[in-house]
Design a protein around this ligand. Structure first.
Ligand code: GRF
Length: 223
């Protein structure tokens, strides 16, 4: 790890509001690391404009130009590694990753998922939480492992589901929480406080300040 200022590469596919929250944290001098590149798998998305506005080098690697998942991930890995990152941050990066890719970045790649993991892995989480009659919904920042949305949690934020919530209104409240917890997790990692550990049984868990976190990560309640 670059101790002075850990190097962060952020991967996006869309609007990049989570990227923005991390840029804002960096601009306030609170991140403890530097975003050295933003990479999108989709051309012309808003997140690329956000990177340019913050003077962060941006790259587009269009997955549609690759014939299979393996060749795309291999090119993506080469592009990321050229930045010599200490941490890879998936911020709305809508791609299923190959096991070779997740293994390469094990312990140094984070993702944010819009649910209280392990509940509602996969897509359409807001509607699924409403349909399930859940009292709460939320978001989780977790280490990325080969299991989709299955790696150990670092930090989680919960919001109450209201009687008149739609998937859209619920998603808006959850996103506000995402923008709070993602910079926190990145900050913890840059400060060397957040780590991934492999236990004797081969399973992974996240450590904060050398203490194991619950598998969902530290829970914060919405104010
Ligand atoms: C977020 O809601 C995140 O939880 C999910 O994708 C969305 C990305 O939004 N993985 P943005 O691009 O950060 O605005």
């Amino acid at each position: 790890m670059n101790q002075a200022s850990p190097r962060i590469v952020v991967l996006i596919s869309g609007s990049g509001s989570n990227l923005q929250s991390i840029i804002d944290c960096q601009n306030q001098g609170l991140l403890g690391g530097q975003i050295v590149a933003v990479i999108s798998n989709r051309p012309n998305v808003q997140g690329l404009d956000r990177a340019r506005a913050a003077n962060i080098p941006d790259h587009t690697l269009d997955h549609k130009e690759f014939s299979d998942r393996e060749s795309f991930d291999a090119s993506l890995q080469a592009l990321i590694d050229a930045q010599k990152p200490d941490l890879v941050v998936l911020a709305g990066f809508m791609r299923i990753l190959t096991p070779a890719f997740t293994e390469h970045y094990l312990g140094r790649m984070l993702n944010i998922h819009p649910s209280l993991l392990p509940k509602h892995q996969g897509l359409h989480t807001h509607q699924r939480a409403i349909d399930a009659g859940d009292a709460q919904h939320g978001a989780t920042v977790h280490f990325v492992t080969a299991e989709l949305d299955g790696g150990p949690g670092a930090v989680q934020a919960a919001v109450d589901i209201l009687a008149d919530d739609t998937a859209e209104t619920l998603a808006q409240r959850v996103q506000k929480q995402e923008h709070i917890i993602y910079p926190i997790a990145v900050q913890w990692f840059c400060q060397n406080r957040l780590k991934l550990q492999q236990n004797d049984d081969g399973k992974h868990c996240a450590l904060l300040d050398n203490e194991p976190l619950s598998s969902s990560g530290r829970l914060t309640e919405a104010p």
